[in-house]
Design a protein around this ligand. Structure first.
Ligand SMILES: *[C@@H]1O[C@H](CO)[C@@H](O)[C@H](O)[C@H]1NC(C)=O
Ligand SMILES: *[C@@H]1O[C@H](CO)[C@@H](O)[C@H](O)[C@H]1NC(C)=O
Ligand SMILES: *[C@@H]1O[C@H](CO)[C@@H](O)[C@H](O)[C@H]1NC(C)=O
Length: 389
């Protein structure tokens, strides 16, 4: 087993600004071969989420308790999905991309088609949801195809017999560290993740994943995973590597240290938290959230659970600065507001201005004091490097 959590590091670097990102018609050279890239599709949830902040908080409270939790897809607004082949010949399944969990499983919607490559391990698996229920079924090994060129043999995958909350998706593509697979599959201490096997089966030369999400409200809501490297055409500036945080429980995830200030006002001193594609918002500890709320003058909207500001307050809004490994990333006022075209998807009022920074529900010092979710990752390219520490 690769002790991924100790060897891992996360690097995050600013990409071009919001509009430059979506307006790009430039050629896109890659450092990795283009076959190592997997296009993502974005889905805008139409399940009519009530209180997105409470839904995000419920997931994070499970993670704060040191557990793994499956994403409830009916509770995320913008969901990035990848089409993953299982079996030989492959049947393709639409899976939610999740860096906050590490088991890959199917069976949520489309039935599992077995082939001669499919082997039943006779072990049961069970992944909890934040609401106390779980997805469960049988663990198989099978051939997994990420695109026509990246083929993994004997990948451990769950085949769910009991699932809920997947909103028409087939399952989860787990991209978290291997330690999060502990306790999920009977009779297996850990299972090798898709990333682990890509590396050990020499499909990629470094266990590195690049994650590119475009803002969901833009015209070009594309996303892309790059295996074995990152896509140099999607970033500017130099790479900032930081080690995985030493603080538990953030260190069992893609956990980093970060401090946050609003304009020149400190909001959160350097502390540990996580980067998570399975969370919609940016969640921060309650004490930090209170400072942010008073600095912005926002009021809490009961319907969406989000902070709300007036157009005048928006004009006065300062940037929010995230400092990671000594490098500061600026989330502009525009980056701090929920895309208004998606207000109805969260039960909001059309012209209202909601903020994407929300309360984690716990005071700082929990060992998981922030979660940089989609609303952060749509603005900054992130690279997850297990091999190069
Ligand atoms: C997959 O499992 C089969 C049967 O146990 C074995 O023959 C094969 O070598 C394995 N492939 C890899 C890449 O481990
Ligand atoms: C998913 O979220 C919905 C909406 O909050 C809730 O009704 C449902 O019980 C949740 N399902 C699971 C499995 O967590
Ligand atoms: C990160 O923050 C935690 C919690 O404040 C601290 O214990 C640790 O020393 C910091 N540095 C690293 C590299 O984890």
């Amino acid at each position: 087993m690769v002790p991924s959590r100790l060897l891992s590091s996360l690097l995050a670097l600013p990409v071009l600004a919001f509009f430059s990102l979506s307006a790009s018609a430039l050629p896109r050279p890659r450092t990795a071969s283009s076959t190592a890239a997997l296009k993502l599709a974005v889905r805008i949830n139409s399940y009519g989420i009530k209180n997105i902040a409470a839904a995000d908080r419920a997931r994070i409270q499970v993670l704060q308790a040191g557990g793994s939790a499956s994403v409830n897809a009916t509770n995320t607004v913008t969901t990035y999905t990848a089409s993953i082949g299982v079996g030989s010949p492959a049947t393709y399944y639409t899976l939610l991309v999740d860096t906050g969990s590490s088991n890959t499983w199917i069976g949520g919607n489309k039935a599992y088609t077995q082939t001669t490559a499919s082997r039943d391990t006779l072990n049961k698996f069970k992944v909890p949801y934040a609401d106390g229920s779980s997805v469960s079924g049988e663990e198989y090994t099978d051939t997994v195809t990420l695109n026509s060129d990246l083929v993994i043999e004997n990948q451990s995958i769950g085949v769910a017999s009991k699932t809920s909350g997947m909103g028409g998706l087939d399952g989860i593509f787990g991209l978290g560290p291997a330690d999060l697979t502990q306790g999920i599959v009977d009779d297996a201490y850990e299972v090798a993740t898709v990333m682990d096997n890509l590396y050990t089966q020499k499909q990629i030369s470094s266990e590195v994943l690049g994650v590119f999400f475009a803002p969901a409200s833009s015209d070009d809501s594309s996303g892309e995973l790059t295996f074995g490297s990152y896509d140099a055409s999607k970033i500017t500036g130099s790479i900032n590597y930081v080690p995985i945080t030493s603080a538990y429980p953030a260190n069992t995830f893609w956990g980093i240290n970060q401090s946050i200030r609003y304009g020149s006002t400190p909001i959160l001193d350097e502390t540990a938290g996580i980067v998570d594609t399975g969370t919609t918002l940016i969640l921060i500890a309650s004490d930090a959230f209170n400072l942010y709320q008073s600095a912005t003058g926002a009021t809490l909207d009961k319907t969406t659970g989000l902070l709300q500001i007036s157009p005048d307050q928006y004009e006065q809004l300062s940037s929010l600065y995230f400092t990671i490994g000594g490098i500061t990333y600026e989330l502009t006022p525009n980056g701090q507001i929920w895309p208004r075209s998606l207000n109805s998807a969260i039960g909001g009022t059309t012209d209202n201005i909601y903020l994407v920074v929300s309360d984690s529900g716990d005071s700082s010092g929990s060992g998981l004091d922030f979660t940089n979710g989609y609303c952060f990752l749509e603005r900054f390219y992130s690279v997850y490097d297990t091999t190069n520490s």
